[in-house]
Every structure is written in structure tokens, then in C-alpha cells.
Design a protein around this ligand. Structure first.
Ligand SMILES: [Zn+2]
Length: 71
């Protein structure tokens, strides 16, 4: 009986460890496409608001877009 108890406790610990180990993998899986901003040369990540026009996005923000148009 003692044995059965300890082994189920071990299982719990193991699955908890596995779950913790999987967290970084989830983040990798969620890796988003990114581009380099033409104005500030920084890379920026895909955003939900760009899902329909990602191909046309060239600047990381509205601010940069305006900077580009301004002389
Ligand atoms: Zn920018």
C-alpha cells in the first residue's frame, strides 16, 4: 500500500514537471512572423490588426509610417 501511494505521488510530480517543460515549447510554437521597420530598422512582430494586410506592412507603428511620409 505504501508503495502504491508513493508511486502515484511520483506520477503527479512527473506530469507536473512535464507541463513545466512544455511551456517554452508553447512559446516557440506561438512564434510570429516578423519584419524590419523601414524607418527605425527594428524588427517587429506580427499583430492581429495586420492579419489582413501583413504583406503590405512596412513600418512597426503608425508613428514610423508618418515619419516615412514626412520629410
Ligand atoms: Zn519603426
Amino acid at each position: 500500500m505504501h508503495n502504491a501511494n508513493s508511486s502515484s505521488a511520483e506520477l503527479k510530480t512527473q506530469s507536473r514537471l512535464e507541463w513545466q517543460n512544455k511551456e517554452p515549447l508553447f512559446m516557440k510554437k506561438a512564434h510570429l512572423p516578423s519584419k524590419t521597420c523601414l524607418v527605425c530598422q527594428r524588427s517587429f512582430d506580427w499583430r492581429k490588426k495586420w492579419e489582413k494586410c501583413w504583406d503590405e506592412v512596412k513600418y512597426c507603428s503608425e508613428r514610423c509610417r508618418r515619419n516615412r511620409q514626412k520629410r
